[in-house]
Design a protein around this ligand. Structure first.
Ligand SMILES: Cc1cc2nc3c(=O)[nH]c(=O)nc-3n(C[C@H](O)[C@H](O)[C@H](O)COP(=O)(O)OP(=O)(O)OC[C@H]3O[C@@H](n4cnc5c(N)ncnc54)[C@H](O)[C@@H]3O)c2cc1C
Length: 497
């Protein structure tokens, strides 16, 4: 096999699939290689945060995701009847009743208070369908085993032969082969705990307390749906992280952390094991090779951040690589991928590391946990944590004074009953023009189809330029176009090119 295409994406997890779709939207030819014969059904992410919902919304996929959420809620029955957003910090559950939903960051995203329970396998299935509609099929059963960056492309050795590709993106998870082959370091902190997540049939569930329970060995969570168990055990980390998880593993861990002799009779679905191995790639790019998602960063799953972080990587890299391939952006645009995504990744690593410190079973950590619980039990504390976990405070460091610059697109309703996000399904830039004489529209005309202009006669903000990844690159509350041309040239390339 010796094929040339623009980009080869390694891994058909949620990040690889979304990245491939963004590249296809930009017009690049893309190939996705996945070593598994079938999609991964393991229990991993159970929900999506607000920025991820925004990504799905802008690509017209949110209604399907919300249908998945409704089906999940129906299956859970009354357990989570009121599906308001909630979350936890190191097992300290955040009470939605204590959140100041009028806080400007939360209010900007009207549905920020809504939980969206979209389990990872269903999200993968939804993204696979999206990608197929864009004409890209996943090549399953193909494992990447070697790579050589030749300066003008990459030779990729696979279990099905050698491929030549313009660019290679490793979306191949925490144990990334691409990261190793590219010689990219993965510094961070070693694991000190083992966690399990499973849905089990339990002979004597009365032995378990609902919610989070801590002990000297760690903690466990039981519920909210029947049989759902998570354990956290400070045992120095598992001897073999990739060994298959058995019923005996989960039961033994649960018995140790709960101090009971609870008996599990069967496991439903595929249980998972995780650790607090916390690392970030030294660089997200080496020549023609990029990393995205878990290949670029790993951390414990507390607070449900990992998948969402990877989704943000995918949409950030997708349009930039597509623009360079299409020829309208200079190659240095690609350097902004690492610069923009690294700080957010570093924050997630520390947010989850902090929870390990609070979760340990020793008396000092238990005392710290009480202090944290007291603080997070206040209205300000709960609001702060919910803002962090939901992702509404996420901001990319971009030049510009307007408070919207650097944020991801909030809910912007238009006079015709649509929202600005409804106009983003095809990718590309969006320019909202609310000037009475169409001044912004005229200014953006030389950028042609790269910028979709949406005219509207609502009051404020008067103008907004949204990048294809949903990040606001320019905004104004006045009719003057100051800064618009600079922002267009910076992000959308030279006019007419
Ligand atoms: C127990 C648990 C709970 C979690 N809970 C949450 C949560 O609530 N919220 C959240 O946001 N995140 C959560 N996460 C994290 C989330 O699951 C990951 O961040 C997410 O799977 C990352 O997606 P990815 O596409 O980067 O990698 P993956 O999903 O790992 O996909 C990588 C793909 O690459 C393939 N691959 C690997 N090597 C090769 C190769 N050499 N050649 C070809 N293919 C290859 C793999 O088979 C795999 O399909 C959780 C994780 C765990 C383990």
């Amino acid at each position: 096999m010796f094929v040339t295409n623009d980009v080869t994406v390694v891994g058909a997890g949620p990040v690889g699939l979304l990245l491939a779709a963004e590249l296809a939207l930009s017009g690049a030819t893309v190939r996705v290689l996945e070593r598994r014969d079938e999609p991964d059904k393991a229990m991993k992410a159970q929900s999506i945060n607000v920025p991820t919902a925004g990504v799905l919304d802008r690509r017209g996929l949110l209604p399907a995701a919300e249908q998945v959420h409704r089906e999940v809620v129906e299956r859970m029955g009354s357990v989570v009847g009121a599906s308001r957003f909630t979350g936890h910090f190191a097992g300290v559950v955040l009470d939605p009743g204590k959140v100041d939903w009028a806080d400007p960051d939360l209010a900007a995203y009207a549905s920020a208070d809504r939980a969206r329970l979209v389990p990872q396998p269903q999200l993968v299935s939804l993204l696979t369908g999206h990608l197929a509609r864009l004409g890209v099929q996943v090549r399953r059963g193909v494992e990447v085993t070697s790579l050589e960056d030749t300066g003008d492309g990459v030779l990729v050795g696979t279990s099905a032969g050698t491929i030549r590709t313009g660019w290679l993106v490793g979306c191949d998870g925490g144990h990334s082969t691409v990261r190793r082959l590219a010689g990219i370091d993965f510094p961070g902190t070693d694991p000190e705990m083992t966690g399990y997540q499973a849905i089990a049939d339990i002979a004597d569930p009365g032995q378990l307390a609902d919610g989070w329970t801590w002990s000297e060995r760690g903690a466990y969570r039981y519920g909210p749906q029947p049989g759902r168990i998570a354990t956290v055990e400070f045992d120095g980390g598992p001897a073999d992280r990739s060994a298959r998880v058995t019923l005996e593993d989960v039961q033994a861990s649960l018995r140790r952390v709960s101090g009971t002799d609870v008996t599990l009779t069967a496991l439903r679905g595929e249980p998972t094991r995780w650790t607090d191995n916390t690392r970030q790639a030294a660089t997200y790019r080496s020549g023609r090779v990029f990393l995205a998602g878990d290949a670029a960063h790993v951390h414990p799953p507390f607070g449900g951040q990992g998948l969402n972080l990877g989704v943000g990587d995918a949409v950030n890299l997708g349009w930039k690589l597509g623009a360079v391939i299409a020829g309208w952006a200079p190659e240095d645009l690609l350097d902004t991928y690492d610069a923009e995504r690294r700080p957010l990744g570093a924050w997630v690593l520390d947010w989850t590391r902090a929870q390990i410190g609070v979760l340990r079973g020793d008396p000092k950590s238990a005392a710290l946990r009480q202090v944290v619980a007291d603080l997070l039990g206040t209205r300000d504390g709960t609001t702060y944590a919910v803002k962090m976990i939901s992702g509404v405070t996420q901001r990319t460091d971009l030049p510009g004074d307007h408070p919207l610059v650097g944020r991801f697109l909030p809910d912007l309703a238009l006079a015709d009953g649509t929202r600005l996000a409804d106009h983003a399904h095809g990718g590309g830039f969006l320019l909202l023009d609310r000037t009475p004489d169409g001044a912004f529209t005229r200014l953006a005309a030389p950028w042609g189809k790269r910028v979709t202009v949406v005219a509207d006669d609502q009051a404020t903000p008067v103008g907004v330029l949204v990048r294809p990844d949903g990040v606001i690159a320019w905004a104004t509350g006045a009719t003057g176009a100051d800064g618009l041309e600079t922002a267009l040239r910076r992000w959308a390339g030279a006019p007419g090119s």
